[in-house]
Design a protein around this ligand. Sequence first.
Ligand SMILES: [Zn+2]
Length: 165
Amino acid sequence: MNTWERTREVANWLNLSTISGLALAAASGCSISRGARGILYARNYTPALPKAGAFTVGNVVFFRPSLSGQVLHPQLLSHEETHCTQYALCLGLPFLPLYFAAAGYSWLRTADPASRNFFERAANLQAGGYRERPVRKLLPVLAAGLRRGLRGTPAGARPVDGPAA
Ligand SMILES: [Zn+2]
């Protein structure tokens, strides 16, 4: 483990994000093992949320059963390890509201929570199993949402917008 990886590991212990990840792993019945570079693996995560094959809390990387084999996918592991670094740089759990704000922005721009999400892009979209989605114009999306809100029309009742040219 190099100095940066050790610093990240210590930071995520001190900012309580890793202990939060371990608590989630214990509560969800995951098997926990020590990986390389200070990362902990929580295999066989089965709760419904989040809807992802893998996700990270502090230095704990969670894997759904389909991705929990003995040999972990190196690109996905690299992607999730970048999220470990992002937790450290965000001083721990503040990563979560920042991540969800970025996911909301991405959804507004692409109808997808990852494609324009700063954190997912920094971790390499494709390595995380995401695809680049076309960007749509923001103003028509907001206007349609406002119209729906004023009329009380349920979301999804009619198309909002197409991709930007
Ligand atoms: Zn990711």
